[in-house]
Write a protein that binds this ligand. Structure first.
Ligand code: ZN
Ligand code: ZN
Ligand code: ZN
Length: 364
């Protein structure tokens, strides 16, 4: 990592009229200095002033981990020991009694720290840090695009193994254990595993259960991991031995909806138009009521981040944005289906990072 992101963030602090941005353990912290810190009761805080050098406050016992991350190559590392009050230490550095000013706190800083900082800095205005970093994170630089393609290829390889795992008589949980190992063999971390068989597939965020797979089950498999700091997230639908009645027709509609939405992606198109492109196809086929979530979410150092591909979001897509296109159709008590790829916005369209077949694959 180099200082470019920190420089851009400090410029954003100034342009937002702030004195400093305070960043707790989060994807924001990883994005800025490459340190994957524990979010816990001991305060870790990156202090990013508009002017002057940024510094990272860490509990003494976390200092070796912070150094191992290389963050100390980018910012000055300061540690506090168990008997010090870290909030008072930060407040002392930030307080200018003559001009209390305004600071922003990162979205994921625990309220226990935010409230303590507010109390220690009476008169200082507190703002949300999300808007400060948003413009930086929402458009990926070339190195980030490389990372997103690599992690997309990694989850493609995991999906290639799924047909061999889904056999009648196995439980969702058994399949998920195998998936966990496969994800880890291709990533540094498992982010999440959804194996929604039969009626469980009708719940979009069902995780796993002890339900036993049976012939004729449709199975929604939505999995993701983290590799070199960037996330994968990919959904395909499978069927054990044969497709349940009506599923082929439903799935054909979904394939068309997903493809239509991906083809609609281009710089200058509002995010809401991508959602509408998928929804129009599904509604025209009579499944409109069954598509119960937004079409997608941005992805990068977080699995879910800006831009959200949802009705009402008139934000214009721009080259370098990365997000999921994942329409779904859910039939309660029977089955569900969702097709999800991550796409990168190019100069004139979209590039998918996931390439596995989007049809229902037979397993078992
Ligand atoms: Zn989701
Ligand atoms: Zn997903
Ligand atoms: Zn997703």
């Amino acid at each position: 990592m180099d200082r470019r992101r920190l420089d851009a963030a400090q410029a954003a602090v100034r342009s937002h009229g702030l004195d400093a941005l305070l960043v707790g353990p989060s994807a924001d912290l990883r994005y800025l200095v490459g340190y994957d810190a524990h979010a816990m009761e001991r305060l870790t805080l990156l202090v990013l002033p508009g002017e002057g050098d940024p510094w990272l406050l860490v509990p003494e016992l976390e200092a070796p981990a912070a150094r191992a991350s290389g963050a100390d190559q980018l910012v000055e590392l300061r540690s506090w020991d168990e008997t010090e009050d870290p909030v008072a230490l930060v407040a002392r550095e930030l307080t200018d009694p003559a001009a209390p000013g305004a600071v922003a706190v990162s979205d994921r800083l625990f309220s226990v720290f935010t409230l303590a900082l507010q109390e220690a800095l009476p008169g200082t205005g507190f703002r949300s840090g999300g808007p400060v970093l948003r413009a930086l994170r929402i458009r990926k630089d070339p190195a980030e695009l490389v990372a997103l393609r690599a992690v997309g290829a990694a989850i493609d390889r995991v999906h290639a193994e799924v047909p061999g795992l889904l056999r009648a008589g196995r439980t969702e949980a058994e399949v998920a254990r195998d998936l966990g190992e496969l994800i880890l063999s291709e990533h540094d971390e498992v982010a999440f595993i959804i194996v929604g068989s039969g009626p469980n597939g009708a719940s979009p965020h069902h995780a796993v259960s002890d339900r036993v797979l049976a012939p004729g089950d449709a199975v929604v498999v939505d999995i993701g991991g983290v590799k070199d700091g960037y996330c994968s997230d990919m959904t395909r639908n499978y069927a054990v031995e044969h497709l349940p009645a009506g599923y082929a027709e439903l799935h054909a509609v979904l394939e068309q909806a997903q493809d239509t939405a991906v083809r609609a992606v281009a710089p200058g198109v509002p995010a809401a138009a991508i959602d509408a492109a998928a929804r129009d196809v599904i509604s025209a086929a009579g499944y409109g009521e069954r598509f119960i979530h937004r079409t997608g979410h941005g992805i990068g150092v977080d699995v879910h981040e800006d831009p959200y591909i949802v009705g009402g979001n008139e934000e214009l897509l721009a080259q370098g944005m990365a997000f999921s296109v994942e329409p779904g159709i859910y039939v309660p008590d029977r089955y569900g289906a969702r097709i999800e790829d991550i796409v990168l916005v190019t100069e004139d369209g979209a590039e998918r990072v996931n390439h596995r077949p989007r049809t229902v694959l037979l397993a078992g």
